[in-house]
Ligand binder design. Structure first.
Ligand code: ME8
Length: 518
């Protein structure tokens, strides 16, 4: 039986169109989902939009729209982008979905039944941009002397009667959780969270009365839930809470919540506390990835440097964008991107190295071997190359991807591609054609095997391109998993048994920078 694997992204605020950070997080999650499927896990992958709260309500008001209308329009842009980016989600959840309201009210009632909710007066600072409450001592001073949140966003003084959650009761189990190896990664994010708990946890205001765009608090007229209570609950809505059932039994607790570094507090303090209060199991891991910067600078509307990820995907191709983001950025740290960096990297590594290797080899097989493989005697060099490629594809890349160290895994893969190209140059099959045609066949078949390994291994990152290569190699769709890399008997028989391929078509075009680009 395949072991289940449940992974989620943050759900995105649809108060505007998606930006490159949303694309980055969701692509990374998709790489994980595809990777785990290829390892034989039964994956459930959820993403979606976080549609309630003051930020959405205010944005809609500014635009003269109803919040629901804004949510519908923008959520549609997110879904469209994720479909274009080839995101293999199982559910795109919207917090306005009926089952989500139901789940949020159910977790509320469970927390209330535990005695963790009480009514009181809230007085304090609130950032609409972060949808977060802050203590006076957390605030920083802006350039004009104004008070700002630690994220640098404006805060406003708020006073209202709200429900409170007894967060202060959970300091001890939260510290134990934060100290559990593997729960919060990268480990560098742990200290900040531990320090936050150790400073003393205040009870959390969890409802609002000054607006009504949210999930209604059960039996409490005029109160809607604080948007983060309902937002975090999306992770259990999607697997059948509160009714339970097959999805619930199989997939909760989640294996991984993938989120950005700015919302680690919500996921490693508030969310586990809510779950503990409701008597539910805790997620196994929260990973806080870094931020993507445009040439080293955070994108913002005022700087006019906002990139539309849809445009990038259309201009350079989805797989080029996916490869660049995963190969370029050390996962967990901030990363920088630009059109020229993307074009240079993708041309050097995919078009000129892997693409060229596949195209050259398959053309020579088509031309000089009638497109047909046969049994061959391998030399020491052939075997050395295949050992190296196999190690990169079947051992190193999967091991690193399992640790979410994508760029390191891809680097090992790329070194194997370079080794193949060096082997082509050394062996010079085009010269062997005249001097030793049998040896030429052995070289081309060795390369055929290597390309199969390389294409299988890189599937999570460039799904469309690797499928095209595997199709050209004639590898059946049910022989493309990681385990197939080590199932030698079947593959040896295929290569030895007169396996025929068609002349190849180029899969990795060279990219051009548009002329207006500096
Ligand atoms: O925070 N680079 O939504 P959001 C990388 N609705 N990642 C980035 C980024 C950037 N430049 N900018 C944002 C929310 N992100 C809440 C989440 S979850 C129950 C609720 C990441 O639309 C950000 O860190 O502001 C977050 O993980 C995700 O994009 C959605 O951000």
């Amino acid at each position: 039986m395949a072991e289940p694997y449940y992974l989620t992204t943050a759900i995105h605020y649809p108060n505007g169109k998606p930006h490159i950070g949303h694309a980055y997080e969701t692509i990374a999650a998709d790489v994980i989902a595809r990777f785990q499927r290829l390892r034989g896990r039964e994956v459930r992958f959820q993403t979606g939009t976080d549609e309630h709260g003051l930020k959405m309500a205010q944005k809609a008001r500014d635009l003269g729209m109803a919040p629901r209308e804004l949510a519908d329009e923008m959520s549609g842009h997110f879904k469209e982008l994720f479909d274009v980016l080839n995101i293999s989600y199982d559910r795109f959840i919207r917090t306005t979905d009926a089952d989500h309201h139901n789940a949020s009210q159910a977790i509320w009632q469970a927390m209330e039944a535990k005695g963790d909710l009480y009514l009181d007066r809230y007085e304090g600072w609130y950032s609409v941009r972060d949808e977060a409450y802050y203590d006076e001592k957390e605030l920083v001073e802006g350039e004009g002397g104004e008070k700002l949140s630690p994220q640098g966003t404006p805060v406003e003084w708020t006073e209202e009667e709200t429900w409170f959650f007894r967060l202060s009761n959970y300091a001890e189990p939260l510290l134990a959780l934060l100290n559990t190896p593997g729960f919060l990664e990268p480990a560098s994010r742990r200290n900040e969270m531990i320090a936050f708990v150790e400073r003393g946890l205040q009870d959390l205001s969890v409802s609002r009365t000054s607006f009504d765009w949210g999930v209604k608090v059960p039996d409490s007229d005029g109160h809607v839930m604080y948007v983060w209570v309902d937002a975090l609950t999306n992770y259990i809505t999607g697997v059948g809470y509160p009714d339970g059932g097959e999805l619930w039994d199989k997939f909760w607790p989640a294996d991984l919540h993938l989120i950005g570094k700015d919302i680690v507090r919500f996921h490693t303090i508030y969310w586990p506390a809510f779950l503990m209060s409701a008597g539910l199991a805790l997620p196994k891991k929260v990973f806080g990835h870094g931020f993507l910067l445009n040439r080293g600078v955070k994108e913002s509307k005022s700087l006019g440097n906002v990139t539309d990820p849809m445009e990038l995907a259309e201009r350079f191709g989805v797989d080029a964008l996916r490869y660049f983001l995963l190969a370029e950025v050390t996962f967990g740290q901030d990363g920088s991107y630009s059109a020229e960096a993307l074009v240079n990297k993708v041309n050097a590594e995919l078009a000129n190295s892997f693409g060229n290797l596949a195209q050259r080899t398959l053309s020579m097989i088509a031309k000089n071997m009638d497109g047909t493989l046969e049994r061959f005697d391998s030399s020491v060099d052939d075997r050395a190359l295949l050992v190296k490629v196999h190690e990169a594809c079947a051992d190193i890349l999967p091991r690193e991807f399992d640790q979410l160290a994508f760029s390191i895994g891809i680097e090992a893969w790329l070194r194997a591609v370079y080794a193949c190209n060096a082997y082509v140059d050394e062996q010079a099959p085009w010269a062997l054609k005249k001097t030793d045609p049998e040896r030429m066949k052995a070289v081309l078949q060795t390369l055929f095997i290597a390309i199969r390994d390389l294409a299988i291994a890189i599937q999570p990152v460039v799904p469309e391109k690797s499928v095209a290569v595997l199709d050209q190699l004639g590898i059946p769709a049910d022989r493309r998993a990681y385990a197939d890399l080590s199932d030698d008997g079947w593959f040896e028989a295929l290569v030895a048994g007169g396996h025929a391929i068609d002349p190849p078509k180029p899969v990795f075009p060279r990219l051009e920078l548009p002329s207006e680009e500096p």
